[in-house]
Write a protein that binds this ligand. Structure first.
Ligand SMILES: NC(=O)c1ccc[n+]([C@@H]2O[C@H](COP(=O)([O-])OP(=O)(O)OC[C@H]3O[C@@H](n4cnc5c(N)ncnc54)[C@H](O)[C@@H]3O)[C@@H](O)[C@H]2O)c1
Length: 415
């Protein structure tokens, strides 16, 4: 399907980034929000993105001006009767999305695809607000949308193969890397990331390893930043809500760490509130090896939590697999459920989180039985949340050493 004109609903952080990418890919774009001030703010944001591309000599001024001119702001539905596609990036509230999709269904041409950038809501439920559920699909961009390469393409129960393929083609036109993910809580990247973030907090509350040591171990492993730095940056409250949601859906593996709850209860929400795990000074950017200042209240919060450090906890050098293997294990659960193709997992994690080495490649580097045995060990010492995926045991017992030995892939890869 060829896309000529698109609309983006919601001109906030994600909507403005998506509109920029669509316009740079050559599409005419209508950018809608509920108030003129929000539309103007979104357009100013996009202008800054283009200015930065000119400054970095990625685009000439003339190219940037011509792309920017393709975007028209509105608070109404002007131009929606001519679009081939809408990407909705309004608030993450089901009532808002259902109302938006109901309106879009009435106004947009019958052939138009309606995509949602929801982080966690059900694509199938959103589609139910329309008379074209076959043309509704999830397109989950990552923040900042104009920079991050990954887009998770999520079919709802009634989404047609044609719509999925069209969304995948569009991603490629936008120079994004699409990964098809079956609908499940957290989709792929967030689902894998949260057991890792949560576990870093469990380690911290045991008192044997400090935040900088944990963060440094993750960076040394290949992550662009440590889990506790990421937590502060994303917002402790946002992470708390996502983890609570995943915990309600998946159970024990996502059991929220008491420290996460404590940070939220005490208003330590990370960068935006001035303190989370670390103390934050507005405008201050820390160098790679610069010593970070800890939240001065952290020690008190930790002392208020009953600590269970586990019988086999060694202390000494921090064992980074304690936070990496929960992420690996969740990837295997996702494979077990056929949520994603085996070949797509490492690419999605690289593009969605910046992980510099393959997550599933860990099996090849360390062996599957190493991963399985370690998870059993952690499960004995620290609790059921480490329980290895059944599929991991099956593969280890079958003497599979590397996921690339598995063929065919569980879901047809989009690459
Ligand atoms: N921020 C992220 O990291 C991120 C990442 C991936 C997906 N998402 C998802 O993208 C969506 C938008 O997130 P965001 O961070 O850009 O939020 P945001 O608050 O920055 O922007 C949302 C915008 O939508 C507008 N809006 C609300 N109701 C509307 C309506 N009925 N019609 C038109 N506009 C409306 C708001 O006025 C606001 O400007 C959410 O569903 C969110 O879960 C966010």
């Amino acid at each position: 399907m060829k896309f000529y004109k698109a609309a983006v609903v919601g001109a906030g952080a994600m909507g403005s980034g998506i509109a920029q990418v669509l316009s740079q890919a050559g599409l005419q774009v209508v950018l809608k929000d509920i108030e003129a001030g929000y539309v103007e703010k979104g357009l100013a944001n996009i202008k800054r993105m283009y200015d930065s591309r000119v400054k970095k000599e990625v685009l000439t001024q003339a190219e940037a001006d011509s792309h920017f001119a393709k975007i028209k702001g509105t608070t109404g539905f002007d131009g929606f009767d001519e679009v081939d596609l809408v990407i909705e990036a309004a608030l993450e509230q089901i009532e808002v999305k259902l109302k938006v999709f109901q309106e879009l269904d009435k106004i947009c041409p019958a052939h138009a695809i309606l995509a949602t950038n929801t982080s966690a809501l059900s694509v199938s439920e959103i589609a139910s607000a329309t008379k074209r559920p076959d043309k509704v699909v999830g397109m989950h961009f990552f923040n900042p949308a104009h920079v991050m390469k990954l887009v998770e393409v999520i079919p709802g129960v009634k989404t047609s193969e044609e719509t999925v393929n069209a969304a995948i083609d569009l991603c490629r036109t936008m120079q994004k890397n699409p990964v098809k993910v079956e609908e499940c809580p957290g989709f792929l990247v967030n689902r894998l990331l949260f057991p890792y973030l949560n576990e870093a907090l469990y380690v911290l509350q045991e008192g044997k390893h400090g935040p900088e040591e944990i963060d440094k171990a993750a960076v040394d492993f290949g992550l662009p930043m440590g889990p506790l730095t990421l937590l502060d940056m994303t917002g402790v409250d946002v992470c708390f809500h996502v983890n609570q949601f995943l915990s309600a859906q998946y159970g024990l593996r996502f059991k929220t760490s008491p420290l996460l709850q404590k940070l939220v209860d005490n208003g330590f929400l990370g960068q935006k509130s001035g303190a989370g795990i670390y103390q934050h000074t507005p405008g201050k950017i820390y160098g790679k090896d610069e010593k970070r200042e800890l939240n001065p209240s952290l020690a008190k919060l930790l002392s208020e939590i009953k600590i269970d450090s586990g019988s086999s906890s060694k202390g000494g050098v921090f064992d980074v697999y304690r936070i990496i293997l929960p992420m690996f294990n969740e990837a295997v659960y996702a494979l077990q459920e056929k949520v994603v193709a085996v070949n797509d997992v490492d690419m999605a994690m690289a593009d969605g989180t910046g992980l510099k080495r393959g997550l599933l490649s860990l099996a090849k580097e360390k062996s599957l039985s190493f991963c399985y045995d370690r998870l059993i060990e952690y499960s004995n010492s620290h609790g059921e949340r480490f329980h290895p995926a059944w599929y991991l045991g099956k593969l280890a017992n079958a003497q599979i050493h590397d996921f690339s030995e598995l063929a065919p892939a569980p879901v047809a890869s989009v690459h």
